[in-house]
Design a protein around this ligand. Structure first.
Ligand SMILES: Nc1nc2c(ncn2[C@@H]2O[C@H](COP(=O)(O)OP(=O)(O)O)[C@@H](O)[C@H]2O)c(=O)[nH]1
Ligand SMILES: [Mg+2]
Length: 253
């Protein structure tokens, strides 16, 4: 699996022009945004590669965009890009919107609610470089990965969704519903083109399609911490949508 020719020096030479576009979709994340951006800047600066953070806010009524503008003043307009939309239109299309404005050859997708800790980004980058992977997915379900702060029902739903999908589609990655991932930009563009679903099931379809298209996927264990501030958007209808999407993929792939 490990390519012997990718020695440290060689990797350094190959990756010196890499740039990471980190997409942060936000809806009512006023409290979380300053902390998540501070952490991203800290870990990306340490990492030494070029990067930008793209905040895609869907007209949050809590004033997330005012906070984002303040942060832009602090960190600079070339580091923090604001690409808002008028109103709440869902996560799937928020990513598509963000990608249009991304200038990096790599894209990191993560939540802005502090469930995804930026300390894992350098680990994803390291693994990607070592094996020249197309995708690196954060996983809560192997190694040191885990979930903190979820009640039993939420754990059951997530585990159940993963288990069912593993059984039906054999996708070759352990965390299908997670949304903390690193992609080569052209790979992500291709995947989005071939994905039909919107909403929660979208993350799973991305991995299933990636497998179909023979992209290489690596995994980094992450600990997922439930949000402290604000509200989650997962409800009963999302669970129903997920099952519907799973059956659709099962029937068509
Ligand atoms: N731009 C945008 N961001 C959204 C939307 N819905 C959720 N988000 C953001 O997407 C991320 C994940 O949402 P969250 O509610 O935490 O989902 P959960 O972790 O599955 O409960 C967070 O950063 C949210 O602020 C939306 O419609 N538009
Ligand atoms: Mg969340």
């Amino acid at each position: 699996m490990v390519k012997d020719d990718r020695t440290k020096e060689h990797i350094k030479e190959l990756t010196k022009h890499d740039k990471y576009s980190i997409l942060l979709p936000t809806y009512n994340e006023r409290e979380n945004l300053p902390i998540i951006i501070w952490l991203i800047v800290k870990y990306m600066d340490e990492c030494g590669s070029g990067y930008e953070v793209i905040v895609i806010d869907d007209g949050s009524p809590d004033g997330t965009q005012d906070v984002a503008k303040q942060l832009q003043k602090i960190y600079g307009e070339e580091k923090i890009l604001l690409r808002p939309r008028e109103k709440k239109m869902g996560l799937g299309t928020a990513y598509i919107h963000g990608i249009k404005h991304a200038s990096g050859n790599f894209i990191v997708i993560m939540d802005a609610d502090l469930s995804h800790h930026p300390k894992f980004i350098p680990k994803m980058i390291e693994l990607q470089r070592y094996l020249d992977l197309d995708i690196v997915s954060g996983t809560r379900y192997i190694g040191d990965g885990g979930v903190y702060g979820w009640d039993f029902k939420r754990k059951l739903v997530s585990r159940g969704a993963n288990f069912l999908t593993q059984l039906m589609l054999r996708p070759g990655a352990s965390d299908l519903t997670g949304s903390f991932r690193l992609y080569k930009t052209h790979v992500l563009e291709k995947l989005i083109e071939s994905c039909v679903s919107k909403g929660y099931v979208f993350q799973m379809e991305m991995i299933v399609r990636a497998r179909q298209l023979n992209y290489t996927i690596g995994e980094v264990p992450i600990s997922f911490v439930d949000r402290v501030y604000g509200e989650s958007k997962l409800g009963g209808s999302e669970i129903f949508q997920f099952i519907k999407g799973l059956l659709y993929l099962f029937a068509t792939t």
